[in-house]
Ligand binder design. Structure first.
Ligand code: ZN
Length: 533
């Protein structure tokens, strides 16, 4: 019969347990010295070994022939408890069993001494789920437990326990496993099962399990059994995460501030049925690796990455300034948290992508540093292409005059039939709806100016440098949503058009240099920039 890996690999002795060394040492010593407490509280998140430790401790204190604090596994007591037939050991899950009668029933039996072993043990899992009445009943027993009675309470949420209970227990906090501990254990499991796995595949599982061994083994279970080497691809398929190449493309779009491309990739991701939260987690992990690559320098090892991928991270890291990378990472981690309560996870992801591509607000000190770093980078590029920066005090006369900004064209409105709403009001109401229902559309839309209503068409005007937002809103899916909202607000068979006020810049080097020049003039003042032909 098939048995889940986490059952097969459940540790049977303290020596089998992965990690939690301090706890294991203390419990072992108690078994050896015979100084057993009446109540233990095992706290920690799921899959950190609480239940396993509780079962081992139960067998160890009843074992007829304990080995260095571990249960022997051979004696009558060990075998009876192991088979679940012992009348001296009760295991109960408060999450499914929190009725007060049941705990009362259990506590009434406390008065009967153990039938075979030395101790009678009650293991209560998820003990924080007990009702108040049940806690009171338990408390009574804990105040004056019979000599042979041992309670092992386990919980993921100790803060929910009454302090009266907490104060009567010996408390042990089970920490989450490190990714290395998990990957190491998985490696043993795979090897001893006679299978093979790429180290990167196991690292990916370890990361996804977030410190829980049971989850890690369950994921491994999904990837095993094919008889072939477990690859990163297998794991990504099982987890529903995006592959590394996709993550590189996405980060590349962010690096180039190409919001339209980022949104296209998100759309592709959603079509293939990936989970937004999982993807954001992957993005954060990717950005962290870029940060590590940036700080380590080329050729140095990155956690969980091998071979040519190390180079790819190092190369991509060069596209970001350190400040920018920190900011994007910060944004992605916030988005990760936001998806937990947002009604549309996709919108959170899209807004994250747009923010990450956005030019920073300059009043923010870190953003300003980021901007300076970018300008410095451009400056050194310019200097290489023959532009000289005068020393402070020297004044440059030959800077080209920056053309005055063109006056915005007057808005034209065609007449609407009598009794209809004014187009401007329809527009404003549509914005309110978008803000509430479609934040990912509202974010770019809010950057536009109302461009008037003509022959059934509402226009949104975007500045030239924001052409990317105008392109985004021109996509059919978004345009139709805006049109639906306009009609809902009183538009008459309304159409929507996003307009970029001047044609998007021709992406050739000269123009880029001009843009760099304009930035420099903005930054340092017109009289400080001089061009040497
Ligand atoms: Zn034994």
């Amino acid at each position: 019969m098939y048995q889940a890996l986490y059952r097969v690999w459940r540790p049977k002795t303290f020596s089998d347990m992965v990690g939690q060394e301090a706890i294991v040492r203390t419990l072992r010593n108690q078994v050896m010295s015979g100084r057993i407490a009446h109540a233990y509280l095992f706290c920690g998140s799921r899959g950190t070994g609480k239940t396993s430790a509780a079962r081992i401790l139960t067998r160890a204190i009843n074992c007829e022939n304990p080995q260095n604090g571990d249960p022997c596994g051979e004696c009558g007591s060990c075998k009876t408890i192991e088979s679940g037939a012992s009348l001296d050991v009760y295991e109960m899950d408060a999450a499914s069993n929190s009725r007060v009668e049941e705990i009362r029933d259990l506590l009434e039996k406390v008065d009967y001494p153990p039938q075979f072993g030395k101790y009678k043990v009650y293991i209560i899992d998820e003990v924080h789920m007990l009702s108040n009445a049940a806690f009171n009943a338990l408390l009574k027993t804990l105040e004056e437990p019979p000599e042979y009675m041992v309670f092992i309470l386990a919980t993921t949420e100790p803060q929910k326990l009454p302090s009266t209970i907490l104060s009567r227990c010996q408390r042990y906090d089970f920490g989450r496993y490190s990714e290395d501990q998990i990957a190491g254990h998985l490696h043993n499991v795979v090897t001893q099962s006679g299978e093979k796995a790429e180290p990167e595949a196991l690292n990916l599982i370890a990361r996804a399990a977030e410190g829980g061994m049971r989850d890690a083994l369950s994921i491994l279970d999904m990837c095993m059994g094919g008889g072939e080497t477990i690859t990163e691809e297998h794991v990504r398929d099982a987890l529903g995460t995006a592959d590394r190449t996709f993550l590189f493309s996405f980060a590349d779009a962010l690096a180039r501030r190409d919001g339209a491309e980022a949104l296209r990739l998100i759309d592709q991701l959603m079509r293939s049925g990936r989970d937004v939260q999982v993807f954001l987690k992957d993005v954060s992990a990717h950005l962290r690796l870029l940060m590590a690559a940036m700080l380590c320098g080329p050729g140095e090892a990155l956690p969980g990455v091998s071979g040519e991928n190390i180079r790819r991270y190092a190369d991509q890291a060069k596209q970001f300034s350190q400040q920018r990378l920190m900011r994007v990472l910060d944004l992605s981690m916030r988005a990760e948290a936001d998806t937990r309560w947002a009604s549309s996870a996709r919108s959170v992801l899209e807004v994250f992508a747009l923010r990450a591509c956005d030019q920073p607000e300059e009043q923010d000190y870190e953003a300003l540093l980021e901007r300076v770093a970018e300008l410095e980078q451009r400056l050194s590029q310019l200097e290489q292409s023959g532009v000289r920066m005068p020393a402070p005090g020297e004044s440059g006369q030959s800077a080209p005059k920056k053309p005055a900004a063109p006056k915005p064209a007057p808005i034209t409105e065609s007449a609407v039939p009598p009794g209809s709403r004014a187009p401007k009001d329809v527009w404003n109401d549509m914005l309110k709806i978008m803000k509430k229902q479609e934040p990912a559309i509202y974010a770019p839309l809010s950057r536009a100016r109302y461009g008037g209503y003509q022959d059934g068409v509402y226009k949104a005007l975007f500045a030239q440098e924001e052409a990317i937002f105008s392109n985004m809103l021109s996509a059919d899916e978004r345009r139709k949503k805006i049109e639906a909202a306009l009609n809902q607000c009183g538009g008459l068979d309304a159409k929507f058009q996003a307009v970029s006020q001047t044609p998007p810049p021709d992406p050739n080097a000269d123009k880029r240099a001009d843009k760099n020049m304009a930035d420099l003039i903005d930054m340092f003042g017109r009289d400080k920039v001089q061009i040497d032909e």
